[in-house]
Design a protein around this ligand. Structure first.
Ligand code: ARG
Length: 388
């Protein structure tokens, strides 16, 4: 599970949403030192068919003649998995070595990239038995940047601005929604609260294109509450698969700008953040009212109580629907198991406390009561912050 959970949500919101045509790293030659370091690490941690010397000679020759080199399928899978292992914000790293890798390095045209993203969703969803999956598209090569997915995740809900100045749907995506509407996206009529946004994909520095995701590739869970039958009347739902799509994968001196990856959800991400944050769905006041709570003072703890009922509904609904979802108690335990395992393997396990500790009941989880090695922004392999 590639769980990126934080006070801050996974990835910085695309605030200004500029249409980005800035040339990417595609203009540069692969860094030989980074390539050597990666190949050495690969040979240290795995048992490759080829000798280290033979492979290094091959890589040097390829960089000399083409300015870049091609990872073997085994190197590719290793790089993607270790990038997950290095993700300091992710609580779900215990499973890093089981990441399912879809090698699509020959794919670069936007329509084909979009079709493969749909394929990714189908593969990863498996009717609810979610599998951690990454699809790796063409890398940047000297003068030839790879494709790029502009959406923060493959599945996100639109935020429609209404004449009254409010946003219907996910407030976080109001600007992205404006942008796709300006590009010609026909939003559903009437605009809903859970309208799946189209994929925005560009090839290198080319104009971005929009491609719809077919509804049958998007598994969603209708939200019900284990006790309150009226909860279903709120008509809330959430999608089953969180798939980050705007973080470039970089290792061995090569950048894969489009490499969408998914894990499965932790209940808190939806119940305590997406549906609760004031700039997202802001549903706690609605719930508190239905629950007849005294909202005149924060000291009645109505927000805390409403949030707990939201989380119960989310967890219960995913369970009833048979869709994989972790809880913060179990996942916290597993994370500490992971840290121990890493230490036993002679590795450090940098972690970002503020992202690892869940946004509710922090002190009830063991991850709260300790500190971690500081994250190293230069560590590679890595999933990099999104390009601006
Ligand atoms: N927090 C993000 C969301 O709510 C998802 C980040 C990745 N989470 C995960 N469990 N892999 O959509």
């Amino acid at each position: 599970m590639t769980t990126l959970v934080s006070r801050d949500t996974a990835v910085p919101a695309p605030r200004a949403c500029p249409v980005t045509h800035a040339p990417s790293a595609g203009a540069t030659v692969a860094d030989l030192a980074a390539a050597v370091e990666f190949v050495e690490q690969f040979h240290l941690e795995t048992v490759p068919a080829q000798t280290l010397r033979g492979r290094l000679d091959e890589v040097r020759r390829e960089i000399d003649s083409t300015g870049s080199y091609t990872h073997t399928p085994a190197e590719l899978a290793f790089g993607a998995r270790v990038a997950w292992r290095n993700a300091a914000r992710c609580i779900g790293r215990l499973y890093w070595n089981s990441l399912h890798v879809r090698d699509r390095r020959t794919v670069r045209a936007p329509a084909d990239v979009a079709a493969e993203c749909v394929g990714h969703l189908r593969d990863a969803t498996r009717g609810g038995r979610i599998r951690s999956t990454i699809t790796i598209f063409a890398p940047d090569r000297p003068g030839v940047p790879g494709p790029r997915i502009h959406n923060e995740q493959l599945i996100r809900y639109a935020g429609h601005r209404t004449p009254s100045g409010e946003v219907r749907g996910d407030g976080r995506y109001a600007e992205f929604t404006d942008r796709v509407v300006a590009m010609g996206w026909k939003r559903p009529e009437p605009a809903g609260r859970f309208d799946v946004l189209p994929l925005m994909v560009s090839e290198g520095d080319g104009e971005p294109e929009l491609h719809e995701i077919p509804p049958d590739a998007v598994l969603e869970v209708p939200l019900v509450h284990p006790e309150y039958t009226w909860f279903a009347d709120l008509r809330l739902r959430w999608h089953a698969v969180p798939a980050i799509s705007n973080m470039p994968l970089e290792f061995g001196g090569i950048t894969y700008p489009a490499a969408p990856f998914n894990g499965w959800y932790l209940g808190t991400e939806i119940g305590a953040r997406n549906l609760a944050d004031a700039d997202r769905y802001d549903l706690l006041p609605v719930l508190a009212e239905r629950l007849g709570m005294d909202t005149t003072s924060p000291r009645t703890l109505w927000r805390d109580r409403a949030m707990l009922e939201m989380m119960r509904a989310v967890q219960h609904s995913f369970d009833v629907a048979g869709v994989t979802m972790a809880d913060h108690h179990t996942e916290s335990e597993r994370f500490l198991t992971h840290v121990e395992r890493e230490e036993r393997a002679g590795r450090r396990c940098p972690a970002d406390w503020s992202w690892i500790v869940p946004p509710v009941s922090g002190g009830l989880t063991p991850v709260y009561h300790r500190y971690y090695d500081a994250p190293d922004p230069d560590a590679r392999p890595a999933y990099l912050p999104p390009a601006p």
